[in-house]
Ligand binder design. Structure first.
Ligand SMILES: [Mg+2]
Length: 415
């Protein structure tokens, strides 16, 4: 008969229970420990949350925990991380991941997972810098020399997409993504869908591929009509055709269309993606490395997807740290397809764009629709810390918020 283990009998402690003084600072072996000494967050324009982790050996790792519109909530989660992980061995990424995920009883969700993502990415950066190798080396080595990327056109309320598509092509892109629709009612006029088809035809006339983001704005009554109207014009994929949580409805939509279906930016763990994989109702999973448990869990989601013949297209309308981390997955993951890139996207208006905080922006150059493999240690990017600190200080009271939309009847609509 199995014995129920109620406490860790191997740990030396003066008190009973599963948590002992031996493990207060995590797993630690030997004397050459590179301890976490500082964890900082920086809220910077246009809407990003950067994470800086420093160690006792003077190594600095950077992560990104951007959760658009909810920076304050993620910053709150970091108060707990500071209390817990200062003094832990930065080398033990998985032990820290497990503790962050499991030791506070509540787990998952966009807030806690985004904080964990930022910490995890910074720890991988530290490990790479400590060993003098890119993160992709630590993930098993490269499986490709460059990563396909796509840019954005059209903004929240898509228009002038033809000119923007030409501009993206000039920049080196061979694929773009745009919003499929503006705000829609639960049951809107079918005429509201006609402009979407015209925009898709316009952009394809430039000779580039287009993914269409439904953004969860479309309910199933219109989603099936829109998919049918788009199908003859062969979009690269349709994204979030229904809101997260609609697994059986997605399964029915999947059977109605041959357009590849992508989603995943609002799913955060293997547990979250599992029902979609098992239902066989998607072709492409889009984990966002700033929300889906960083490099550790994104990689695991990608591996899990491979067994279902599902490709991985990291979601990344965010900052340079998230993009560099996503590329590390791209270079080392066989079922990687294409990565989102926020260069010149509509949220990066003004002086702040993907390259603003980088000292080596040339590493993100887009040629023939792809970014060459990053070869620097860790994430392979050099950040302008002085500028980050200055921007965070100037913007400490700034909080980016998404627009809130209501229809002509006053009712709330999805953004
Ligand atoms: Mg999307």
């Amino acid at each position: 008969m199995a014995t129920l283990l109620t406490h860790d009998t191997t740990a030396k402690s003066s008190h009973q229970g599963p948590t002992t003084t031996v493990y207060e600072k995590g797993l630690q072996v030997g004397s050459n420990i590179n301890r976490i000494t500082k964890i900082e967050t920086f809220r910077v324009r246009p809407r990003w949350l950067f994470v800086r982790v420093e160690t006792s050996k003077g190594i600095v790792g950077w992560g990104e925990a951007t959760l658009e519109g909810h920076s304050e909530a993620v910053e709150g989660a970091f108060a707990d991380f500071r209390e817990r992980f200062i003094g832990w061995d930065a080398a033990n990424i998985e032990d820290i991941y497990q503790s962050a995920y499991r030791h506070r009883f509540y787990r998952g969700g966009e807030v806690l997972m985004s904080a964990l993502s930022g910490l995890d990415i910074a720890l991988w950066d530290i490990k790479g810098k400590t060993l003098g190798v890119p993160v992709w080396e630590l993930l098993g080595g490269k499986v490709r020399e460059r990563a396909n990327v796509y840019g954005w056109i059209g903004g929240d309320r898509p228009s002038d997409v033809l000119e923007q598509a030409k501009a993206r092509k000039e920049q080196g892109f061979t694929a773009v993504k745009m919003n499929a629709v503006e705000s829609l009612g639960w049951l809107d006029s079918p005429h509201a869908l006609e402009a979407t088809v015209e925009r898709l035809k316009d952009v394809k006339s430039v000779g580039i591929d287009v993914g269409l983001d439904f953004h969860g704005r479309v309910h199933k009554t219109l989603a099936k009509q829109l998919a049918a109207a788009l199908e003859p014009h062969k979009p690269l994929f349709i994204e979030e055709p229904l809101l997260p949580g609609q697994v059986p409805e997605m399964e029915k939509l999947y059977r109605k269309t041959n357009i590849p279906i992508a989603l995943g930016e609002r799913l955060f763990t293997r547990q979250d993606v599992r029902p979609y994989f098992e239902a066989g109702c998607i072709d492409i999973i889009q984990p966002d490395i700033s929300h889906a448990g960083g490099i550790s869990e994104t990689r695991r989601i990608a591996n899990m997807a491979e067994t279902y013949d599902i490709g991985v297209a990291p979601h990344c309308p965010l900052g340079p740290i998230a993009f560099a981390a996503s590329l590390q997955i791209a270079y080392s993951t066989p079922n990687f397809l294409i990565c989102e890139m926020s260069w010149k996207m509509h949220y990066n208006a003004g002086d702040f764009d993907l390259f603003t905080f980088l000292k080596n922006p040339e590493v993100f150059e887009v040629k023939n629709g792809a970014v060459e493999i990053l070869t620097g240690p860790g994430l392979g990017i050099e950040l302008d810390e002085e500028l980050i600190r200055k921007n965070a200080e100037e913007n400490k009271d700034f909080s980016w918020r998404n627009p809130t939309w209501r229809g002509p009847d006053g009712g709330i609509r999805e953004w």
